[in-house]
Design a protein around this ligand. Structure first.
Ligand code: 3HC
Length: 283
C-alpha cells in the first residue's frame, strides 16, 4: 500500500497543521475547504508556521518552499479526494457534518484509498459505518500544535484491517511522529484522561477553590505541565472540550464525566478561548 497523495478535509487549527506536516514530509497534499477565504487563511497559517520553523533553523528556506509547492487547495470535496491514497478528515466534531463529508468521500475517493479521521472522540467504528469500506477506515488523531506535538493516536475501528493499520503506522513514522495504537472507546486514551482533568480544573474555579491563574500555576509549577489546564482548555477551544466531555458522558453513562456548568455557560456565552479572544483568559 503506497501513500503519496493525501487529501485533508478542513483547514482549521488541526487541518492546516496536518497539511503542513504531510507537505513538509514530501506528500502531495490537497487541502479541501468550503470557501476560498478559509482555504486562503489555512495557507497563510501554514506559511507563517513554516517561516517560524525557518527562523528557528529547524528547516531550510528550500524545504519550506518545497512544502508549500506540495499543497494545492480545492473547494469541491468530490474533486479534492478523487486522486487520494489517503483521506484525512479534520472537520468540526459534529456528527451531522462528518456524516455528509464521509458520504461524499465514499462516493468519490478511489477504491484503494485509506480513510482516516482526526476525530478527537467520536467512535471510529460509527464513522467507518457511514462508508461502504469500514475495513479501510482508521482514526489518525493528531495533537495541537500539530507541527510540534509528537504523538499520533492510531485508533482501530471494529473492522480496520491489519494492512491499513500498518500503512498508517508507517505513515505516522514518515511524518516523524510517534504512533501509539489504541482501541475505539469514547475519548480513546488521550481525551479520556485529559478532559476529566480539564473539567475538574473548571470545577475548582466554579466552586471558588482558586482563580484560573492559580489553578494553572499549581499544575505548571507542581506537576511540570507546559500549560495549565485552563490555558490549555482555551487553546483547544472550550466548545471542543464540551463536545468531548459530552461524548464521554453519553458514551460511558457515568456521571464522573458530567461537564462543569461553568464550561457550559461559557460556551453558551460564546467565550470559546483563544479563537474568540476570550475564555478563562483574554487574548
Ligand atoms: N508550528 C510550528 N512550530 C510551533 C508552533 C506551530 N504551530 N507552535 C509552537 N511552535 C514551536 C515554537 O517555534 C517553539 O520552538 P522551539 O522550541 O524550537 O523554540 C516551540 O514550539 C515552543 O513554542 P513557544 O516557545 O512559542 O511556546 P511554548 O514554549 O509556550 O510552547 C506549546 C507552546 C508547544 C504549545 C506548549 O505550551 C505545549 O506543549 N502546550 C501543551 C499543548 C498540548 O497539550 N497539546 C495537546 C492538546 S489536546 C489535543 O490537541 C487533542 C484534541 O483532541 C483536543
Amino acid at each position: 500500500m503506497t501513500i503519496k497523495n493525501v487529501s485533508v478535509i478542513g483547514g482549521g487549527t488541526m487541518g492546516n497543521g496536518i497539511a503542513h506536516i504531510f507537505a513538509l514530509s514530501g506528500y502531495k497534499v490537497t487541502l479541501i475547504e468550503t470557501k476560498q477565504e478559509f482555504a486562503d487563511k489555512a495557507l497563510t497559517t501554514i506559511t507563517k508556521n513554516l517561516n517560524r520553523m525557518v527562523a528557528k533553523e529547524k528547516i531550510t528556506e528550500e524545504a519550506k518552499e518545497g512544502g508549500l509547492a506540495n499543497i494545492s487547495t480545492s473547494l469541491d470535496i468530490r474533486d479534492g479526494v478523487s486522486g487520494a491514497d489517503l483521506v484525512i478528515e479534520a472537520v468540526p466534531e459534529d456528527l451531522g457534518i462528518k456524516t455528509s463529508v464521509w458520504k461524499a468521500v465514499d462516493e468519490a475517493a478511489p477504491s484503494h484509498a485509506v480513510l482516516g479521521s482526526n476525530t478527537s472522540s467520536i467512535s471510529i467504528t460509527k464513522l467507518a459505518a457511514l462508508t461502504s469500506r469500514p475495513q479501510q477506515f482508521i482514526g489518525m488523531h493528531f495533537f495541537n500544535p500539530v507541527p510540534v506535538m509528537r504523538l499520533v493516536e492510531i485508533v482501530r475501528g471494529l473492522e480496520t484491517t491489519d494492512e491499513v493499520y500498518t500503512a498508517i503506522e508507517e505513515t505516522a513514522k514518515a511524518l516523524k511522529k510517534v504512533p501509539v495504537p489504541v482501541n475505539d472507546m469514547p475519548g480513546f486514551v488521550s481525551n479520556r484522561v485529559l478532559m476529566p482533568m480539564i473539567n475538574e480544573a473548571i470545577f475548582a474555579v466554579y466552586e471558588g477553590v482558586a482563580t484560573p491563574d492559580h489553578v494553572d500555576q499549581v499544575m505548571k509549577l507542581g506537576m511540570a505541565h507546559p500549560m495549565g489546564p485552563l490555558r490549555l482548555a482555551d487553546f483547544i477551544g472550550l466548545d471542543v472540550c464540551l463536545d468531548i466531555l459530552n461524548v464521554l458522558h453519553e458514551g460511558f453513562k457515568d456521571p464522573k464525566y458530567r461537564p462543569c456548568p461553568l464550561l457550559v455557560k461559557m460556551v453558551d456565552a460564546g467565550k470559546l478561548g483563544n479563537k474568540t479572544g476570550e475564555g478563562f483568559y483574554s487574548y
